[in-house]
Design a protein around this ligand. Structure first.
Ligand SMILES: [Zn+2]
Length: 82
């Protein structure tokens, strides 16, 4: 797949994004961080949990498919494998 950066239109570099800390997540602007960082508590707040997930201890994905634009210094992550 030849993906283009949605900001500058340049070529995206495909790879994997590794996050070593379980509990990392996206929250829509204005939302409060959940007290517990499990996948379900994050999703209950309208957020998106990203691998690795809290409580899975080695199960499940440990990285995400990712595309980088080095020009814009942005990463695009696929938080669920297709
Ligand atoms: Zn770009």
């Amino acid at each position: 797949m030849d993906a283009k950066c949605p900001w500058c239109g340049g070529e995206l570099e495909e790879g994997r994004y590794y996050n070593m800390t379980a509990g990392a997540h996206f929250l829509p602007a204005g939302r409060k961080k959940p007290a517990l960082l499990t996948r379900s508590s994050i999703e209950a707040k309208g957020g998106i949990a990203t691998p690795p997930f809290v409580g899975l201890l080695g199960d499940g994905p440990s990285s995400m498919r990712a595309w980088a634009c080095r020009q814009c210094k942005k990463l695009i992550l696929a938080y669920e494998e297709e």
